[in-house]
Every structure is written in structure tokens, then in C-alpha cells.
Design a binder for this molecule. Structure first.
Ligand code: MG
Ligand code: NI
Length: 496
């Protein structure tokens, strides 16, 4: 990692206030945040007394993916939507295929649904593994103040080779599921309107099952390692986005975590239901989207509580908080320990890491359960139909949280309008508040210090934002941090 101030801004603005007093009007900007997928900028606003008053996570690129879908035949939507993101194509395929099912007014056959579930869980495992092992474990292993030269996955491989190996193995297992069932690893095309393109073979089923014991062992080793080290991070957990908010996720009819379907459940910070057994297709009645000029990323909010009070979080932490149980034995055992350690409704976003591991364990167990189902090799995997509705909504759980696709089509099935709400949009207000909390704790004076920068980046990584998704842009991007004066002047600036 290299860390360099932008000379044109930082050097001229730092130490301004030449009329004797120190210019106390400031903003800090961090750009780019390393080890986050995508391009973004963080600004930290100071007041006259040099206190942090506001912090914002801006997403600065926009490619208008919702607009380019207009005029396309709706059958093409799943394959097209998979191209929004190279990180989580399967998540978009699933939500999109469900929205098209709705327009066709069909349900996929049960085996088709189960195969979709398995591919979705493969994506959960590989993406969670990337986030925990490759992106966040360096901070957890070496501490947030360690030399950036060792604080990366190569450093992890040297210091704790088993941990790095487990991360690589889990990711590979998840990717193979996607590849073997989906067709292609990066933009799988096996998921189609009405179900999936091809039935599962016994050979592929057995190949995936053969990897299950090692995948479970790998994530259980990571959970054990995480728990022995938890005390070291107590101080960080207290300020890493530790606040009261609502949480949202999908649960099945038993109240278990459901990554594919089920009902929308929203709880408040005390665990009281704000909504339960809500058909996810009705999400527009409950969720508002606020546009802020500073960012192309819309902030969603819980309508009944208004904007910005209706702040809620999604993703692994929210899934664990809203559910009664995970619904698989090993993950349920770990969920009990999780709740004993961090509370029934975990409030600190630091616990996304811990939750992500338990979410991963559950996903592996669930894949095994589905693969052992008596009808999993059935040839009936796809329903076909014409256009039967002019509007469709598909909702599923992506690795980062609840994903919503909403389309309107004409009678020929040509897309007229599309709206996507992605996990990073749901979490946008929470990420801003988390950056604010960390900045208040760590900003000292009018320069960006290394400890502060490390923690601002790390708190955002808790949410594992997928910025290529959130802006509906294509490809990879990067990020920046700015410290701003009350008058908006840039006091200090760093890019990585
Ligand atoms: Mg949208
Ligand atoms: Ni994505």
C-alpha cells in the first residue's frame, strides 16, 4: 500500500489561516479506501472548534445501469443484470430472475428453486470468504496500527498460513458451486426466468458434497480463531459503528435465516418487530429512497420512521439479528454463543465479521441439506410462460444484504423502467454514521493520521460494500479521504 497526500491540496491548505490564528474550518477526505471493492470517497467535516461534525461516504461513479435496461426484452434481464458486478453477479441473477418470474406469473419447480438456492449460497460462501479472509483478516491478525507492508493477505499467509489457506479453500469451494451449476464463474448463465437452465447431475452433486466436510472444518477453525482473539478488539468494537438502528433481512416461515426467499422481517434496536411476515414484493410500501447530492448512492430508510431516523442495517449482522435461528445445527450452536457474547441484537458493526463467519457456516450446511434432498436430480427445473404481468419484483439476500429488483414492462415484455436497491444503499446511512463515530474518536487536529485512516477504512470494510454494484457501474474503481473546513476548504487529503 502506498499512502500519499495530494500535494496540490494538502500542502497548500494545511496550516492556512496565515493571519495568525489557526484556520479551524476543516474537512478530511479519504480516497480511496483500500481493500473495498469499487471507487469511493470519504469526507470528514470539522467545525470552528476543530470537532468532527459530519462524515460522509460518497460513491463517485455512475453508469446508469437502470437506464440502459430500457427497451430490452425482459427475458434478457437476468443475464444482463449479472454484468452489473464482477463481484456478486449471482446475487443480481437471482433477484433479477425472481423479478422476471413475477412478470411471467410463474413459480419455478421446487428443484429449480433449490438449485437456485444452492448457487446463491455458493456466492454467499465465496464472497463472505473474500471479505473476511482476504480483506479484513489482516487488520484482525496484525492490529489496526500494524505496518501496512505486513497488514495484507500475503502477511497473513506468512504469519498464519492455516488461516490464509482456509480462506482460499472456502472461496474456491463457493466458486466451484457457481461454476459447476451456473456455467461460468464470473457471469453464470445457468439461472434463467422460470428456474434454472439445466438439471443437476449426480456427478456434480457428489463432487460438491465431497468438499463439504473440509469447508465446514475451515470455517469452524476461523470461528474458533476469531473467538479466542475477541477481547483484543473490544476497544474497536465499542466505536466501530456501535449505535442503535433497525435491522432488515429475509426469514422463512419458521423464522430461520432465508437467503433466497421467505418474508421480510425488520426489528428495532431492542429486537421488537417493526415488520414481520411482510411479502418482500411490497417493499415499496415500507422503504423510501433519499437522494443526496453528494453521492450517486441513494440512502434507503424505513418509511414509518422517516428520513433520516429510519436508519437500518442489512447483511450478515442483520440476518443474525432478525432471525430466530439459522436453521442448521452447527450454525445454530454458534448463533447461541454469538448472542451470549455480543447480545441478542448486536449493535456494533464490528460484529459483522463474526456474523459473516456464522452466516458462511450456515450456507455450507444448507448446501449439503439441499443436495441431499430426494428430488434434487429431478429433470423438472424450469417453468415457461409468456408475459402475464406488467410489473415484477424479485428480492433475495446477497452476501452484503437484501437485494431488490423491480421492473416494469409493456405487453410485449419490453422493459420500460427498472429500479434496483442494493445492500450498500440500505447500509449507506449506517456507513456514514460509522465513519462519523470513528472520526470523532480518532481525528486529532487538522491532518489525517495513519491510525485514523486505518480505522475509517476498516469500519467501512465491516459492511463489505460492493461499490461496483451500488453505483450500478461496470468494472473496478478506487477511493480517497478529505478533511474539510466549515467553509468546505480541503485541509488534508490522502489517496491509497
Ligand atoms: Mg435504484
Ligand atoms: Ni456487487
Amino acid at each position: 500500500m502506498t499512502c500519499y497526500p495530494d500535494a496540490s491540496q494538502a500542502s497548500s491548505d494545511r496550516g492556512s489561516g496565515a493571519d495568525g490564528g489557526i484556520d479551524m474550518s476543516r474537512t478530511i477526505t479519504i480516497d480511496p479506501v483500500t481493500r473495498i471493492e469499487g471507487h469511493s470517497k470519504i469526507t470528514i467535516q470539522l467545525d470552528d472548534r476543530g470537532e468532527v461534525v459530519d462524515a460522509r461516504f460518497h460513491v463517485t461513479q455512475f453508469r446508469g445501469f437502470e437506464r440502459i435496461t430500457q427497451g430490452r426484452p425482459v427475458h434478457e434481464m437476468p443475464a444482463l443484470m449479472a454484468r452489473i458486478c464482477g463481484i456478486c453477479p449471482v446475487s443480481h441473477l437471482i433477484a433479477s430472475a425472481k423479478a422476471v418470474d413475477d412478470i411471467l406469473a410463474v413459480e419455478p419447480p421446487p428443484t429449480g428453486q433449490d438449485l437456485r438456492r444452492i448457487i446463491n449460497l455458493g456466492q454467499i460462501v465465496q464472497s463472505n470468504a473474500l471479505s473476511f479472509f482476504h480483506l479484513s483478516s489482516p487488520d484482525l491478525l496484525f492490529g489496526f496500527d500494524a505496518d501496512p507492508a505486513v497488514r495484507n493477505i500475503l502477511g497473513v499467509a506468512r504469519q498464519n498460513p492455516g488461516l490464509a489457506r482456509d480462506g482460499i479453500g472456502l472461496r474456491k469451494w463457493g466458486q466451484q458451486i457457481i461454476e459447476w451449476l451456473g456455467g461460468k464463474r464470473i457471469h453464470p448463465e445457468g439461472i434463467v426466468p422460470g428456474g434454472v437452465a439445466t438439471p443437476l447431475t449426480a456427478e456434480v452433486r457428489d463432487r460438491i458434497l465431497a468438499g463439504v466436510p473440509e469447508a465446514i472444518a475451515a470455517v469452524e477453525r476461523a470461528i474458533a480463531w476469531y473467538k479466542t482473539d475477541m477481547l483484543r478488539w473490544e476497544d474497536e468494537a465499542a466505536t466501530f459503528g456501535n449505535f442503535r438502528s433497525a435491522f432488515m433481512g429475509l426469514v422463512d416461515r419458521h423464522g430461520n435465516v432465508d437467503h433466497y426467499g421467505g418474508w421480510l422481517r425488520v426489528i428495532d434496536a431492542d429486537g421488537k418487530f417493526l415488520a414481520d411476515r411482510v411479502d418482500p414484493k411490497l417493499f415499496n410500501d415500507y422503504i423510501g429512497e433519499a437522494v443526496e447530492p453528494s453521492s450517486f448512492l441513494k440512502s434507503t430508510y424505513w418509511k414509518a420512521m422517516g428520513y433520516p431516523d429510519g436508519i437500518y442495517r442489512v447483511g450478515p449482522l442483520a440476518r443474525l439479528n432478525v432471525a430466530d435461528r439459522m436453521g442448521t445445527p452447527r450454525a445454530d450452536e454458534e448463533l447461541e454463543k454469538f448472542r451470549w457474547r455480543v447480545g441478542r441484537v448486536a449493535g456494533s458493526s464490528f460484529h459483522y465479521h463474526y456474523a459473516r463467519l456464522i452466516d458462511t457456516l450456515h450456507a455450507i450446511e444448507k448446501v449439503e441439506e439441499l443436495l441431499r434432498g430426494p428430488d434434487i436430480l429431478s429433470k423438472h427445473v424450469r417453468s415457461t410462460a409468456g408475459i402475464n404481468r406488467n410489473e415484477g419484483i424479485g428480492v433475495s439476500e446477497a452476501p452484503r444484504g437484501t437485494l431488490m429488483h423491480h421492473y416494469k414492462v409493456d405487453d410485449d415484455g419490453i422493459v420500460q423502467w427498472a429500479n434496483l436497491i442494493i445492500a450498500t444503499g440500505h447500509n449507506n446511512m449506517a456507513m456514514n454514521r460509522s465513519v462519523l463515530q470513528v472520526a470523532r474518536r480518532h481525528v486529532k487536529g487538522d491532518t489525517i493520521t495513519e491510525p485514523m485512516l486505518n480505522r475509517v477504512e476498516a469500519v467501512i470494510r465491516c459492511y463489505d460494500p460492493c461499490l461496483s454494484c451500488s453505483t450500478h457501474a461496470l468494472g473496478q474503481m478506487d477511493l480517497q479521504i478529505q478533511l474539510l473546513a466549515p467553509d468546505g476548504k480541503v485541509l488534508d487529503e490522502l489517496s491509497r
